[in-house]
Design a protein around this ligand. Structure first.
Ligand code: BGC
Length: 295
């Protein structure tokens, strides 16, 4: 049967239909209704569901269930988003709210875990036993593959590698703690620091650095230093076979990877570093991964 996946992010809500071969056969997205509360999110999700099914000519009874990727900690058994700071969701019974409008079973998953599942099934982590995916967007997310399966946390809370403290008393994070890796390694950091020399987004900063803009190059060098320390620490903890980097910033490709690999090689404890590659399941990895959790 077909499955339906949502990837709810702080910027957009993306969704689509996944077929038996884990291919996305129809998709669409709308802007995340920031500050309008969970009712607006549910209404947008319901609208997307109807529009995508209608356009694809798929009837609701062809959909086995719905998976929802959320940028925060979730309790899948209770269908609860515990804390998704970048969405403003706290103890939100998202699965129940969506079930009431979609009339389908709904299961939640952390967005980075969803992307990790997709990378492991069809992308850059295929075939690995111990690996990590790191997504760099508004926040930093990550998922761990241990013994060939997604690690859901020792107590079922998942993993939150973006909130490992990289700098004591450092930059203030949306989660309320100071110094989280997210505040140094996310696209948001590049955009925030880039504002001081007129660049509004991470993409603009990276483009300017590529063109040789001195301010952008200086910022990018500091970013690589922070990101390299973060990845080297993860490697020292896990000794993974491979690390895949996804999310918007990974679109910089070799411009990011080359200096990053060199920085990590300098800081990693081990004699050799694992492979660091760009994620390959694409921008839709979150939707596909959300579909993968539907049983
Ligand atoms: C959240 C994670 C999420 C990541 C990427 C972080 O701020 O805490 O749960 O995976 O952002 O969206």
């Amino acid at each position: 049967m077909l499955r339906f996946g949502y990837d709810i992010g702080g910027t957009n809500i993306a969704a689509g239909i996944i077929d038996e071969n884990n291919c996305l056969i129809a998709k669409d997205s709308v802007k995340f209704p920031r500050g309008e509360g969970s009712e607006a999110v549910i209404a947008d999700c319901a609208g997307l569901y109807k529009a995508i099914l209608d356009r694809a000519g798929v009837a609701a009874d062809e959909i086995a269930g719905v998976g929802v990727a959320v940028p925060g900690s979730v309790n899948p058994e209770a269908g609860l988003v515990i804390d998704a700071h970048n969405l403003g969701f706290h103890h939100t019974p998202l699965a129940t709210l969506l079930e009431a409008v979609l009339f389908k079973p709904v299961r939640l998953v952390n967005d980075a875990d969803a992307a990790t599942l997709a990378e492991h099934r069809i992308g850059a982590l295929k075939g690995t036993r111990t690996a990590m995916m790191i997504t760099i967007g508004t926040g930093i997310g990550g998922g761990l593959i241990i013994n060939g399966t997604l690690f859901g946390g020792g107590r079922g809370n998942g993993t939150e590698p973006g909130h490992m403290v990289l700098c004591n008393g450092g930059r203030h994070c949306t989660c309320g703690i100071d110094g989280c890796a997210e505040t140094y390694c996310s696209a948001t950091r590049l955009a925030k620091d880039g504002a001081s020399f007129g660049k509004a987004t991470a993409k603009e900063v990276i483009e300017a650095a590529k063109q040789g803009n001195a301010d952008a190059l200086e910022l990018f060098k500091a970013y690589i230093d922070d990101f390299g320390s973060y990845i080297a620490s993860i490697i020292n903890l896990l000794d993974p076979e491979r690390i895949a980097i996804g999310g918007g910033v990974s679109g910089a490709g070799d411009f990011l990877l080359k200096p990053l690999r060199a920085d990590v090689a300098r800081k990693c404890f081990f004699e050799t570093c694992p492979e660091i590659v760009v994620a390959s399941a694409g921008n839709d990895a979150g939707i596909i991964g959300a579909g993968l959790i539907v049983s």
